[in-house]
Design a protein. Structure first.
Length: 265
């Protein structure tokens, strides 16, 4: 189990100072960012690939293959999405989305036959109503089992989806195929601009879920993931403004202790 963190300039500074340690740096499929991160630590790429929105055939597969060849990326990650707002109780709509997901997985396997595919749960939030079906844990589980995929479990996404579904987050996660867990994502959640938003530093009330996840791994209820990634920090307008060096300095050691085989007390 390796501990990864989003690459950012504040994290780069902390690593160069020896103030924190990580096993891997997580980057999008951007050459410039990957090249900046590679001298610091091994790098793996988290691809911006969404199933269910009819854009799979327009992916840059040469770029994807290059990222596999030049980084420590072991899995092709996909996000389980949807492009239309439909009645979530419609059996036809559920089957149509599931069939689309399955067809797009098959297409990816044709293009990248040597890569293991892992699927990530996206969050259903008020301003993304099309994701109500896509976040259904039973639909996600069926796809992953049927297509022999790995699970990329995003704890914050599960928390946000379960809230709108009106169920407990532990119940929601228990309906996912955690015996197929390959990667775990952690971020902080807090209100922002009128909605619950992730990719912040961990808030005090976020830690219990993180520690519960650690316990599920430790006691064997979940498969031990290869990577646990703290998706905090980054480059660009989306992430820079909420990347705080003091938060990284404070929270990374605790997370590293929980989620790395390479941490030595």
């Amino acid at each position: 189990m390796k501990f990864a963190v989003n690459y950012s300039t504040p994290l780069k500074d902390l690593l160069n100072e020896g103030a924190v340690d990580v096993d891997l740096l997580k980057c999008p499929e951007w050459d410039g960012l990957v090249n900046a991160a590679l001298p610091l630590r091994p790098v793996y790429v988290h691809f911006d690939i969404a199933l269910g929105i009819n854009k799979i055939q327009s992916l840059n597969f040469d770029l994807i293959r290059r990222m596999f060849a030049t980084t420590d990326t072991y899995y092709l990650n996909v996000h389980l999405s949807n492009d239309s707002v439909v009645d979530p109780s419609s059996a036809f709509a559920r089957k149509e989305l599931l069939d689309r997901w399955k067809d797009e997985v098959a297409f990816l396997r044709e293009q990248l036959p040597d890569q293991t595919i892992i699927a990530e749960n996206l969050p259903w939030v008020d301003f993304l109503p099309q994701l109500e079906i896509a976040c259904d844990p039973d639909l996600i589980s069926y796809l992953i089992e049927e297509c022999d995929l790995g699970l990329l479990l995003d704890l914050s996404h599960a928390k946000m989806s379960s809230h709108l579904l009106g169920i407990d987050v532990e119940n929601y996660i228990s309906r996912l195929p955690t015996k197929r867990l390959v990667e775990l994502h952690i971020t902080g959640i807090r209100p922002y601009a009128g909605s619950m938003t992730d990719h912040f530093e961990l808030q005090p009330d976020n830690w219990p879920l993180v520690e519960w996840a650690h316990d599920q791994i430790k006691n064997g209820t979940w498969r031990t993931p290869e990577v646990v990634a703290f998706e905090y920090g980054g480059i660009g307008d989306v992430f820079c403004w909420r990347t705080r060096k003091d938060a990284l300095r404070d929270q990374l050691p605790r997370l590293h202790r929980l989620f790395s085989d390479n941490h030595h007390a």
